[in-house]
Write a protein that binds this ligand. Structure first.
Ligand SMILES: Cc1ncc(COP(=O)(O)O)c(C=O)c1O
Length: 414
């Protein structure tokens, strides 16, 4: 008897191949064959410069390279070094002064923060609520933890945030579950680039305020792209809505250093709670530290030291801010460029505000991506559209893409 499988799948759906990595692998092969200039690689979830190289903030690179061996070789405390926790809180809040009780637990990437939030604020068998357009790992992390996922339609027929469906799904799930984790990825949502408006936020708050007090809600704000979404203070204005919420609602900010400090591979982030009282904040640290310890133990020390140093040195802080502002302006110009060209030729896009990605809705995303590959343009097929990374292509390429997409759709009769 030949045994072909040894794994206990435990009901998880494990695809043969990750679509994002497959598409980016094909793009890299094309770059090798035809050269960077002749290929549009819009598959990548990282910011690239106009020459097609990963953009790394030079000021951050300099600090990283200056670290003594003990700074990267020694273990960090489970929830992060004290200096890092202070610094990352400052970075996440950007001058906002919460009335809530904040507490910080360091994690390896925003991914770790989301994982801990689902593990600790929902029960096995529960459903986690997120939007119809969402980052795919929300579902696979939930599955890995024996939870399911429920989606609300993100937009109504007028292209507005669909509060009615959000409300319906919150009410439906809280009828049967004691706990509910809700993940909202804003601003610069992946994959759409949408940001909830203040009006959307007031409605979200109204819906959550109506949930009976005996039901416990963890409101996870995945702000992975917040520092590339626009003016840093303006894009944080929704903090005033999630601050000081009712006692049964716990906002948790998943704040990642991957994009903000271009430390993608260094694996650094924090989960930050806006707790109603000190007991809930203390419990947040205790329980999430326990999860860290038993999942990945401590996080990488080097990026924590880097971020601490940036916040301890005003000159260095300014250098990082200036560089990031320039990178953000470049990214915003690319997004606007794509949007303008799409509008000119009548190519429909999902409501977009800013960020790394734009999404074009279509009936057969796989076929559309295959057709575009023939023109050396590489995008990511999603369930109901194709995701274009404006973060990884120059503005000129971003401006060329809408016409290429429209032409490919016409060839396919879409
Ligand atoms: C929406 C969203 N959330 C969170 C993350 C987490 O990134 P990291 O774990 O690198 O911080 C990503 C990364 O692509 C993302 O797109």
């Amino acid at each position: 008897m030949s045994i072909k499988s040894m794994v206990a799948y435990n009901g998880r759906e494990i695809p043969k191949e990750d679509k994002v990595f497959a598409a980016s692998g094909a793009a890299l092969d094309a770059v090798e064959k035809y050269g960077k200039a002749d290929v549009i690689n819009a598959t990548v979830g990282a910011l690239y410069d106009d020459e097609g190289d990963l953009l790394v903030l030079k000021s951050v690179e300099k600090v990283m390279k200056s670290l003594p061996a003990t700074s990267f070789a020694a273990y960090a405390p489970i929830a992060g070094t004290p200096g890092f926790k202070d610094a990352i809180l400052k970075a996440a809040l950007y001058g906002f002064e919460p009335k809530s009780y904040t507490a910080v637990v360091g994690t390896p990437g925003g991914t770790g923060a989301i994982r801990n939030a689902i593990a600790n604020y929902s029960e096995p068998g529960d459903k986690v609520l997120t939007a119809s357009w969402h980052w795919a790992p929300y579902k696979s992390i939930s599955n890995e933890l024996y939870r399911g996922i429920e989606r609300y339609e993100m937009f109504d027929e007028n292209g507005k945030f669909n509060v009615a469906d959000f409300e319906y799904k919150v009410k439906k799930l809280t009828r049967n579950q004691e706990h509910l984790v809700i993940i909202i990825n804003t601003p610069a949502n992946n994959p759409t680039g949408y940001a909830l408006t203040m009006e959307d936020w007031y409605e979200v708050k109204r819906v959550l305020d109506e949930v009976p007090l005996e039901k416990k809600i963890a409101l996870v704000l995945d702000v992975a792209y917040i520092d590339y979404a626009g003016d840093p203070r303006e894009v944080r204005s929704f903090y005033s809505v999630i601050d000081n919420m009712r006692a049964n609602i716990l906002p948790i900010i998943a704040y990642s250093a991957s994009k903000t400090f271009t430390l993608y591979g260094a694996r650094c982030a924090a989960m930050i709670c806006f707790a109603h009282n000190p007991e809930v904040a203390e419990e947040f640290v205790k329980v999430n530290s326990f999860s860290c310890r038993n999942t990945w133990s401590n996080s990488s020390r080097a990026p924590q030291e880097v971020i601490e140093k940036i916040y301890a040195d005003p000159e260095l802080f300014k250098a990082v801010e200036d560089e990031r502002t320039a990178a953000r302006e470049m990214l915003l110009a690319r997004g606007r460029g794509f949007e303008e060209e799409a509008k000119k030729i009548g190519l429909e896009i999902v409501p977009f505000s800013a960020g790394f990605f734009v999404t074009v809705p279509c009936s057969d995303p796989d076929a559309l991506c295959e057709e575009l590959k023939k023109k050396n343009a590489f995008l990511i097929p999603l369930g109901a559209g194709v995701r274009v990374s404006v973060a990884s292509s120059s503005e000129a390429k971003c401006r060329r893409l809408p016409a290429m997409i429209k032409e490919a759709m016409e060839t396919l009769g879409m």
